[in-house]
Design a protein around this ligand. Structure first.
Ligand code: NAD
Length: 339
């Protein structure tokens, strides 16, 4: 089985590459990544010498490059993680989100239908469903919840999902989609809430919290997400969407205070900043379909998962400090030479 994993130098894609390379020594795992600011090959250090792993630098929205790659490699599966993924950046530069998240996805889909594929899997997000009110804890997103996006990021992800489903209906492409809640865990780029708070708290810097910090996110450990995708690509039904989430709802302020407690840092570091425009209030996933149909169950609850994650950041200061001071961008040149 030859699998192209796109965006494998990012947070979740990197964890997924580790998972697949270690679990399936007979598979060939090709990590295709453009190495944007969010791509970091240092994340792949633990697997880079394994015989079933290869890295290729490239852009999923570059049609000529992608078709040439598929012609040469003839992959059995594609798992598409590659994306512009930061909501704040989508507010200042929406177009790059359309290019990678929408046009990149359609380019991959076109290559799959041209060269044939056993499975195309799209890694999507619960943000495509919009948000839920804070005073209705009984409401959850199911796979039937209408798409109702708030940000340019979520709009680009929803558009991509619609193309994926249309390619199944129109061209018979064997596709699946997973829509996951917020992930946390090792190798998370320090612009996102949890690693941002850990790295800044360790340096006794101000901790920016949007609005009053009451927005609720549903947190899932990244390794539970990787397990879910592994199950879906092997056993999921073609044409289906699967929600992935672990019922770990926390307000942003609770998350920040938990980290401060674990690091023994004062709450006076918290600085409330002007809320993000269009900020979603609450996300909460109902993962029943994945649990009943495919037998998936998350292994982590948030309290133990966050403690382990904090410990990981304490044990891997080099990894995130290289990002904070920009050194990680030299890694590719040192490893593979300038291109
Ligand atoms: P990330 O920003 O950490 O990684 C994205 C990766 O994609 C980077 O390595 C980057 O270099 C690469 N990339 C960007 N543009 C590319 C292009 N044009 N061609 C090839 N590679 C390109 O993102 P992440 O947090 O790991 O998210 C991965 C996927 O999971 C995304 O599709 C995201 O929408 C989805 N998702 C994320 C979360 C979350 O909590 N982080 C939750 C649900 C779904």
């Amino acid at each position: 089985m030859k699998i192209i994993v796109t965006g494998g130098a990012g947070f979740i894609g990197g964890n997924f590459v580790h998972h697949m390379v270690n679990k399936y020594p007979d598979y060939e795992i090709i990590n295709l990544d453009l190495l944007t600011y969010a791509g970091n090959l240092e994340t792949l250090k633990p697997v880079e010498d394994k015989p079933n792993y290869r890295f290729i630098k490239g852009d999923i929205a570059d049609r000529a490059f992608i078709f040439e790659l598929f012609e040469k490699e003839k992959p059995d599966m594609v798992v598409n993680f590659a994306a512009e993924s930061h909501v704040d950046r989508s507010i200042t530069d929406p177009e790059s989100f359309v290019r990678t998240n929408v046009m990149g996805t359609t380019t991959l889909l076109d290559a799959c239908r041209t060269y044939g594929i056993k499975r195309y899997h799209q890694v999507s997000t619960d943000e495509v469903y919009g948000d839920l009110p804070l005073d209705r804890p009984d409401l959850f997103f199911t796979e039937e919840t209408p798409l109702h996006t708030s940000s340019p990021y979520s709009s680009s992800k929803a558009s991509a999902d619609l193309f994926v489903l249309a390619y199944q209906r129109t061209f018979g492409l064997p596709v699946t989609i997973s829509r996951c809640s917020n992930n946390y865990g090792p190798y998370h780029f320090p612009e996102k809430l949890i690693p941002l708070i850990i790295s800044r708290a360790l340096a006794d810097e101000d901790l920016p919290v949007y609005g009053t910090g009451e927005n609720v996110r549903d947190w899932l450990h990244v390794s539970d997400h990787c397990e879910a995708i592994d199950l879906i690509i092997h056993e999921g039904r073609v044409g289906e969407v699967y929600n992935v989430g672990g019922h770990n709802e926390r307000t942003n302020l609770e998350v920040v205070k938990t980290i401060l407690r674990e690091l023994d840092k004062p709450e006076s570091l918290i600085k409330y900043v002007t809320d993000r425009p269009g900020h979603d209030r609450r996300y909460a996933i109902d993962p029943k379909k994945l649990e009943t149909e495919l037998g998936w169950k998350p292994k982590y609850n948030f309290d133990t998962g966050i403690r382990q994650t904090i410990q990981w950041y304490l044990d891997h200061e080099d990894w995130w400090k290289h990002i904070v001071n920009g050194e990680y961008q030299n890694y590719f040149d040192n490893m593979y030479g300038k291109r």
